[in-house]
Write a protein that binds this ligand. Sequence first.
Ligand SMILES: Cc1cc2nc3c(=O)[nH]c(=O)nc-3n(C[C@H](O)[C@H](O)[C@H](O)COP(=O)(O)OP(=O)(O)OC[C@H]3O[C@@H](n4cnc5c(N)ncnc54)[C@H](O)[C@@H]3O)c2cc1C
Length: 345
Amino acid sequence: MSETVLCVGYTEDDGTLARPALQALTSAVAIADATGGTLAVGLVGGRIGEAAPQLAGITGRVLGVEGEAFAQPRAATDAAAAEALARATGATILVSAATPRGHRALPAVAGRLGGVIDTHVTGWSHEGGAVSVHRWYYRQRIETTLSRTVRPWVLLFDAGSADEWRFDGALPEIEHVEVAVDASSLRTRVVGVEAPPSEQQTVRPDAALLFVAGAGWTKKQADGAVHAAEAETIIREFLDRTQASLGSSKSLVDMSGEGQRVLPFLTHMNQVGQTGSTPRHPKGLATCCHGEEPHTVGWRFVTERRAVNLDPNCGWAKGKADVLYVADAFAVMAALNEALAARQG
Ligand SMILES: Cc1cc2nc3c(=O)[nH]c(=O)nc-3n(C[C@H](O)[C@H](O)[C@H](O)COP(=O)(O)OP(=O)(O)OC[C@H]3O[C@@H](n4cnc5c(N)ncnc54)[C@H](O)[C@@H]3O)c2cc1C
């Protein structure tokens, strides 16, 4: 069945599309191609013209809903814009990025159009003339492939599911679509953004390395003493030097939450695992973390895994890591910092 694919991208403040939107676009282009269908791109934002060069080479309509009312990530206006774009293009499949903005607005769009939505899509295939999508359930333990006959079908693709759209070719013309917004749609306002200082921003989804700190950093060491301050210094230096993303085991973040000041820049946002996050990084290094299943299930998308643990029978040794260094993480990380310092000057 040939599909009319619409990719909806919400632009950033500078009018461009961010990486997750460009990754969703790659999937949208490929779905339209595979089904012998057509592609349209819909831009939504306060400014959208700056995104046109990023769409160079797109064959298909490019439509835009632009204006002050659409600058804010607000469900009411985001949904109204996407609905108008879907109606203008007659989309049978609407693709967007699984960002908080997409998650808030697009389920309502699916409902208003009499369609269905699948979120956290990580891939797709085209077999027997039908599009199927891939999605993980039960904290990334079960991967399913599912297909639907209901249209329109809204698909929110997780970041990292595809490469970014490589733009090259003619710049598209943007057809402007007018969307009327009444006062009730503007009641929600974003009044500001509160972000921690960059040195405290330890969750870095784009980092090449995930560095995981476990509860062992806070345990009594061979000399019978706890070395929390030393742990903090070592970990902080390593993060500063490598700009790795900081992950943690549940045990360590729980301790921080209970008032035991372990690493001041560690919160539940850093927790990796069954009840934490499932980040995507090319490499991961776990230290002082036992590697139990509820933790390592969060490493599903970490390609190369290494761990440092004193215990040769820890979870990492049981098929959870590619390489386990049976060693004292304090000594290993201090030596690693020295080597990095020598290299970086
Ligand atoms: C329903 C449920 C959900 C859960 N969800 C999660 C989750 O999302 N994420 C998560 O992480 N956990 C989760 N857990 C908890 C999980 O089962 C483990 O309890 C937790 O991961 C253990 O944390 P840890 O490995 O840091 O600590 P510990 O088990 O205390 O391990 C500390 C490790 O440090 C090592 N060590 C100590 N000193 C050194 C040193 N100097 N050098 C090297 N190694 C050293 C020790 O050998 C030990 O292996 C969940 C549990 C349940 C029941």
